[in-house]
Write a protein that binds this ligand. Structure first.
Ligand code: FAD
Length: 492
């Protein structure tokens, strides 16, 4: 194989994998290289942790997920796997501050450091964006078709995780407590990416399920190289010629050449790499957005539904959840959605009542990159500026009312049990390299995901999402990745 690749992708998470797959399926002859800094986390590269059992992190996946909170997962994984330090051999998801950044205003933010990115850790909730969440500058038919493709790549499933007599009573109670003006947006099952099983956990979709040949080396035209950290994009201001990579084992630096380049290194490290490379459009890192996370747990009052503790189903071994439910947003009237995870542990039967509400897109919320200070990997140090506006606080208060109404429909939920999690905690950051219809200083990429002013540099991932989401970000980012892959393929 020649050393000049048709497409070089940075990042083996869900978005890098989707673009690799879509471009390969359209152009089987194209030579594609995916570069990943993180090491193996299990013996089966790219597979979701819930699917393999030889790894300490997988063994504890059920435990880590029990709170059904990303932030608890990160804390738990950190303590269990690495003690209190990070180094290049570490694997997992780590607070961004670990790398030496100032994330005091966005303390929940974390990054993955392993093959498959966060896609081997995620809960896999894949609700779809609605109303204002859908970018209005994209042709609607194309959006709808790309959303369907993304759903199918992520294997989105809507239905029960186990047979559960509590489900219908919970549906009825919450539908009454939190009515929806749109029958299509009634409380119901949360769309989940994966396949249900009766004797083993819900098989969450990992990057390996999206593009198996990327991870098992069965397709010579699609290669994965790991342990390589991309430090610079070489370019002349409009054309990228190669990527500078550091071998994390040997420290050796080389250049990888290609015709097209896609950076899918998450919503924080993608803009960081552009900044480090002197690619600094006005909107880079600006308008960082994240829905606010409102959380809580309510004990389900079985007697209220004519049921008892004996009716609580047991999930398959290793599966933390009995049920996964969705209270969809309904547009501007209720720009918030609920992810309600039912589980039984320590003799308790609880419903996690997590709500995400959209926050305003504001330029004040941004990542500042330093030219003087560097992180643990020698990249520009990041400081995140992030706060909630008055309007955000109003929406947060309204969302807490919705959460309390839903929670009190299934049990007793004192007001003080409702909690606002720290910014960054959802791990669903968007907007740092946003897509836009015009090069007007408010976007970094065009509607093909191509960096303004560049002919062969593309970006993908949640950072590209230009709208304020209520929904978990991955499906929306994946929908744009399908679109971006089509544009890249057209030029091959
Ligand atoms: C515990 C947990 C639960 C979650 N639950 C949900 C959920 O239910 N629903 C949902 O929508 N989302 C969820 N998420 C978030 C979801 O996993 C992410 O949205 C998704 O993985 C983003 O995909 P990505 O490919 O853009 O980035 P990532 O998955 O973060 O992958 C980026 C990759 O790029 C690599 N990389 C970065 N910089 C470089 C570099 N310079 N050189 C080489 N490689 C580099 C990283 O090592 C990483 O592997 C969850 C995440 C976690 C951790």
């Amino acid at each position: 194989m020649s050393d000049v690749f048709d497409l070089v992708i940075v990042g083996s998470g869900p978005n890098g994998s989707i673009v690799a797959r879509e471009v390969h399926e359209r152009n089987p002859e194209a030579r594609i290289l995916v570069i990943e800094a993180g090491p193996m986390i299990t013996g089966v590269a790219g597979e979701h942790l819930v699917e393999v059992d030889e790894n300490a992190m997988n063994a504890s996946y059920e435990d880590l997920m029990r709170r059904a909170r990303q932030i608890e997962y990160v804390k738990g994984a950190m303590v269990e796997i690495e003690g209190d330090g990070w180094n290049a051999e570490s694997t997992g998801v780590f607070p961004a501050a670990f790398f030496g950044h100032d994330f005091s205003q966005f303390p929940g933010a974390s990054v993955s450091w392993n093959i498959g990115g966060m896609g081997v850790h995620w809960t896999a909730a894949t609700p779809w964006p609605y109303a204002e969440e859908v970018p209005d500058f994209l042709p609607r038919q194309e959006w709808d078709a790309d959303l369907e493709t993304a759903r199918s790549l992520l294997r989105t499933y809507v239905g029960p995780l186990v047979d559960n007599p509590f489900t219908e009573p919970i549906f009825a109670a919450i539908r009454e407590a939190v009515p929806s003006p749109d029958p299509e947006r009634e409380f119901g099952y949360m769309p989940m990416a994966g396949i249900p099983h009766v004797d083993r956990p819900f098989a969450r979709t990992g990057p390996r399920d999206i593009a198996p040949y990327l991870f098992d080396a069965s397709e010579p035209n699609v290669q994965l190289r790991t342990g390589l950290f991309v430090t610079r994009i070489h370019h002349d201001g409009s054309t990228v010629t190669g990527l500078e990579v550091r071998d994390l084992a040997t420290g050796e630096t080389t250049t990888i050449s290609g015709r097209r380049f896609l950076i899918a290194a998450d919503a924080l490290r993608t803009p960081q790499l552009l900044w480090a490379s002197g690619i600094r459009p006005e909107a880079l890192g600006v308008r960082l957005n994240e829905h606010a996370s409102i959380d809580g747990d309510v004990e389900i009052d079985a007697a209220r539904f004519g049921l008892s503790g004996a009716d609580i189903p047991t999930p398959p071994p290793g599966e933390p959840f009995i049920g996964s439910y969705w209270s969809p947003s309904v547009g501007a009237e209720r720009p918030a959605h609920g992810q309600l995870m039912e589980r039984a542990f320590d003799g308790k039967h609880v419903l996690g009542v997590g709500w995400y509400c959209a926050t305003e897109i504001r330029p004040e919320n941004r990542i500042e990159f330093s030219d003087e200070q560097h992180d643990a990997l020698g990249m520009p140090r990041m400081t995140v500026h992030f706060s909630y506006s008055e309007k955000d606080m109003e929406v947060i208060r309204q969302t807490m009312q919705v959460q309390r109404a839903a929670a009190n429909a299934v049990g007793d939920f004192p007001d003080q049990d409702s909690e606002i999690l720290p910014p960054g905690a959802s791990l669903h950051y968007t907007g740092s390299v946003r897509m836009g219809p015009a090069d007007d200083g408010t976007s970094v990429v065009d509607t093909d995901g191509r960096v303004w002013g560049f002919e062969n540099l593309f970006l993908a991932g949640n950072g590209v999402v230009p709208t304020a989401l209520t929904c978990n970000a991955t499906l929306t980012g994946a929908t744009l990745s399908v679109r971006i892959a089509r544009a890249i393929s057209a030029g091959i």
